[in-house]
Design a protein around this ligand. Structure first.
Ligand SMILES: N[C@@H](CCC(=O)N[C@@H](CS)C(=O)NCC(=O)O)C(=O)O
Length: 201
């Protein structure tokens, strides 16, 4: 497998998942502005969507969209327990979490990096994100992780997109369970490996 990534971007989640699963993989960094890979290839020729994450699967085909990439990785090593079994009720709950993280947190939090974001737009995003984090904070009461209280690819994704709060001036201080979750995930040995590999710590 080969993961195309950009430091600290949403591709950090599959990077963490690959490490947590203990699977062999290659990494190639992408300059998202220039749309060039570290080896000088045109990234849009690899992924015509032009964004990360993009994973070359073991059969050589490209898979994009974080929620799909994360589930593919988890399913390559079921014994690592990063996703419930396909077809089980818990698997649909994992998909519920991945969809929630993608649409309700990833995209609004990501919009805060946009230099064209107006003050009104930023205020609206901040309000909506606050409601989502109020809800998330309650879900984490008494739970170390979001699904069945064990680490899954949903936690890797949630950690990745909430980590952007450090870069966009969005404090998590109002949500103590969320803050504790971030510290818990950041302390996992394979997460530390991923953060170091991406130059984030
Ligand atoms: N729908 C995609 C969105 C991926 C995405 O937002 N990627 C960002 C980094 S976090 C990116 O590569 N942006 C560069 C661009 O769109 O040109 C997914 O869920 O994987």
């Amino acid at each position: 497998m080969k993961l195309y990534f950009s430091s600290g971007a949403c591709s950090l989640a599959p990077h963490i998942a690959l490490l947590e699963a203990g699977l062999p993989f290659e990494l190639e960094k992408v300059d998202l502005k220039a749309k060039l890979t570290a080896s000088g290839a045109d990234f849009t020729a690899i992924n015509s969507k032009g964004y990360v994450p993009a994973l070359v699967m073991d059969n050589g085909q490209l898979l994009t969209e974080g929620a799909a990439v994360l589930q593919y990785i988890a399913d390559q090593k079921p014994e690592a327990g990063l996703a419930p079994a396909v077809g089980s009720p818990a698997r649909y709950q994992l998909q519920e979490w991945l969809t929630f993280i993608s649409s309700e947190i990833h995209k609004p939090m990501g919009s805060m990096f946009n230099p064209a974001q107006s003050a009104d737009w930023k205020a609206a995003v901040t309000t909506t994100l606050g409601k989502r984090l109020d809800w998330l904070n309650k879900q984490l009461e008494g739970n170390e992780y979001v699904l069945e209280n064990r680490f899954s690819v949903a936690d890797a994704y949630l950690f990745t997109v909430l980590n952007w709060s450090n870069f966009v001036g969005f404090s998590l201080a109002q949500w103590p369970q969320v803050q504790a979750f971030m510290a818990r995930v950041a302390a996992r040995p394979q997460v530390v490996v991923a953060l170091k590999a991406e130059g984030l710590i």
